[in-house]
Design a protein around this ligand. Structure first.
Ligand code: M6R
Length: 366
């Protein structure tokens, strides 16, 4: 059932090229130059007339929502707010008929997300679901939606659900950007072409498994770990930290790289590994100066860079290269080594990777 893999988590990490392709299927039609999604097409005016999009989700799905914020604002120029479902539902939120709510949930059963949807519907908002489990409560409770089609995710730590959620949000954002005239014809087509190459690029990252395993063997005994990223890769830093926490029980924090000097920098010494995402188009120079600040405090640097990088390579202790792509697609690539890093550390520490202590696959109680 684990298809020859030691754990479901590893199997699901390796399924990602396939899962992303399944998310594309019937939707990303590069030759025709269209993205076909009935759930969006049938309600396009709701999105086009929206004052804003409010994303509600929990955990990893909330991180995918944060990537969605960058995507929707960048490509479609629609203001976005990303809310923890549990906070949103209890604070008398301001919601109108002009709001579109996107609920993201792998299981489709998360209690807080479901309650947030019900509240948004009562207030007249249009609610769109991004779920993986077909026929789940959230899928049924929303006005419209799109499935990620990642296939069953058994490991408690979400992996392929996350990358397919981001894939789906990218498709929606591109579609809306095209529909509202924000994206030029040429730009739109270039993105479609590049998007189709992502599964192959994910494979390239999976082939670096041994390198990541080696890095894991060096840092497996640390008590703390810091993850930094900017822009599209800030949510990836949060997700990387969550992944490490939940399966290896090592304390980890994710931060926007520039926030480091507002507090977390005090933690840095020769024992602190810092994982920094420094892709070539993502405020690169700024991240490089963050890396220099870590280095001068003797922190250990594990950097995720774009292939061909020279600057970061000179400073970092370890470097993992992602293939070149548009900045908006980088989360789909930078996430992969972070998943593998957490996985290997947890395995080396003898933890129960697929069923970490205290956690359930779907949180159906508040
Ligand atoms: O099923 P959902 O996507 O609604 O679940 C939300 C979170 O409980 C979930 O993402 C959780 O954070 C994962 N264990 C993270 O790996």
């Amino acid at each position: 059932e684990k298809g020859g893999y030691d754990h479901f988590m590893l199997k699901e990490i390796y399924e990602q090229p396939h899962a992303i392709t399944d998310t594309f299927r019937g939707r990303l039609l590069v030759n025709e130059g269209i993205i076909r999604m009935a759930g969006i097409d049938d309600h396009i005016e709701k999105f086009q007339n929206a004052n804003r999009i409010i994303v509600v989700a929990c955990g990893t799905s909330w991180h995918a929502g944060l990537v969605g914020e960058y995507l929707f604002e960048d490509l479609a120029r629609i203001p976005v707010e990303v809310e923890y479902a549990s906070e949103f539902r209890y604070r008398n939120p301001i919601i109108t008929e002009k709001d579109v709510v996107i609920a993201i949930s792998q299981s489709g059963e998360t209690a807080d997300t479901l309650a947030a949807i019900k509240l948004a519907k009562e207030k007249g908002a249009f609610v769109f679901g991004v779920c993986n489990v077909v026929g789940s409560s959230i899928a049924r409770e929303t006005h419209a939606g799109a499935y990620t089609h990642a296939g069953p995710e058994i490991g408690v730590a979400s992996t392929k659900a996350f990358t397919t959620q981001i894939t789906l949000l990218s498709l929606i954002a591109l579609k809306l950007g095209k529909a509202n005239g924000n994206l030029s014809h040429g730009q739109y087509h270039a993105y479609l072409n590049e998007m189709e190459l992502i599964p192959r690029k994910v494979e390239v990252l999976l082939s670096m498994n041994e390198l990541v395993q080696h890095v894991a063997s060096i840092y497996k005994d640390v008590p703390n770990c810091l993850y930094l990223g900017r822009g599209y890769n800030f949510p990836v830093a949060l997700e990387g930290a969550l992944k490490l926490k939940e399966i290896s029980y090592i304390h980890a924090e994710g931060y926007p790289a520039a926030e480091m000097k507002h507090g977390p920098i005090a933690l840095i010494d020769e024992n602190m590994p810092v994982i920094v995402i420094a892709t070539s188009k993502g405020h690169y120079e700024k991240v490089v100066s963050n890396i220099q600040e870590i280095k001068s405090r003797k922190g250990k640097i594990i950097a995720i860079v774009t292939e061909g990088d020279t600057q970061v390579k000179e400073i970092a202790d370890h470097v993992i290269e992602i293939p070149e792509t548009d900045e908006l697609f980088t989360p789909l690539l930078t996430t992969i080594p972070l998943q593998l890093l957490s996985y290997h550390i947890a395995v080396m520490l003898g933890k129960n990777v697929d069923q970490p202590r205290n956690l359930a696959k779907s949180v159906t109680v508040e």
